[in-house]
Ligand binder design. Structure first.
Ligand SMILES: NC(=O)c1ccc[n+]([C@@H]2O[C@H](COP(=O)([O-])OP(=O)(O)OC[C@H]3O[C@@H](n4cnc5c(N)ncnc54)[C@H](O)[C@@H]3O)[C@@H](O)[C@H]2O)c1
Length: 253
């Protein structure tokens, strides 16, 4: 699908990988709606790219439904959805006192990363599946997993489970939505220099970067956005998860 002239939704588009995706899509001529909780950053990004910001919690069904309708009113029917909203506070299964961690510490991460991605994806697809096709296809969904889906570290039980869930749902949803010409893809990033990583001391950033076989550095968010653009433009990409990681395989800790 050509990006130019399409309406797009980017969750988590106020910051990091989502922010770089918003920049790329807007530069390529898309009208972008940012769905994020962070109004300050989201408004600023939307203003910078001539898009729109809608404050949305991706886990909330009615908020997401209303936001998709609002975005359609502003930009027309969205053909591109990029799910980047995510959280990842690490937590071990057993705490220092030998007790199991509260279940909510696990469910809260799965709720945003996995259930939130499904929530936006399903409502986006429902709004799109009866629209006129653009040539061969109607639209494309790109989810963001993580290499933690495959080599999660100690403390990443909830995060890895949430990202593994995203990888797992990619093919069955791509198969289901095939009849509507809606593709579903997932990117599993390695280590990228987003605000979280940028807040680490330079030494720690360099040390993490050196763990990447090649190139031996943290990924730049524009490189993630570049992959989003390639997926949107290449109709043969469907039902697959692409690792974008410089060949890193994470150690246990
Ligand atoms: N940065 C990396 O190295 C890396 C690696 C692998 C995977 N990822 C994944 O990429 C995605 C983006 O990560 P990032 O590093 O850009 O993070 P980030 O914190 O810079 O951006 C995430 C954005 O999601 C928003 N958000 C969080 N919860 C939300 C909710 N419930 N509803 C709406 N918006 C919400 C935040 O406000 C924020 O703007 C995440 O899913 C993350 O797990 C990042």
């Amino acid at each position: 699908m050509k990006i130019d002239g399409q309406a797009a939704i980017v969750t988590g588009g106020a910051s990091g990988l989502g922010g770089a995706t918003v920049d790329l899509l807007a530069k390529a001529g898309a009208k972008v709606a940012i769905f994020d909780l962070n109004a300050e950053l989201g408004e600023a990004k939307a203003k910078a790219v001539g898009g729109s910001f809608i404050k949305v919690n991706v886990t909330d069904e009615s908020e997401v439904e209303a936001a998709i309708a609002e975005a359609e009113g502003l930009h027309g029917k969205a053909r591109i959805l990029v799910n980047c909203a995510g959280i990842g506070p690490p937590k071990k299964v057993i705490d220092r006192d030998g007790n199991a961690i509260p279940l909510k510490d696990f469910t809260s991460v799965v709720n945003v990363n996995l259930f939130g991605s499904f929530n936006v994806l399903s409502k986006f697809a429902a709004a799109l599946h009866t629209a006129d096709p653009l040539g061969e296809e109607r639209g494309v969904v790109i989810n963001t997993a993580s290499v933690a889906a495959f080599d999660g570290q100690i403390g990443q039980a909830a995060y890895a489970a949430s990202k593994g869930g995203i990888v797992g749902m990619t093919l069955p949803i791509a198969r289901e939505l095939a009849r509507y010409g809606i593709r579903v893809m997932t990117i599993a990033p390695g280590l990228f220099l987003t605000p979280l990583m940028a807040s680490l001391p330079q030494e720690a950033q360099d040390s993490l970067g050196r763990q990447v076989p090649f190139p031996p550095r943290l990924g730049d968010p524009t490189e993630f956005a570049h992959m989003v653009g390639a997926i949107v433009e290449n109709i043969m990409l469907n039902g697959e998860t692409i690792r974008l990681d410089g060949a890193i395989r994470m150690a246990p800790k």
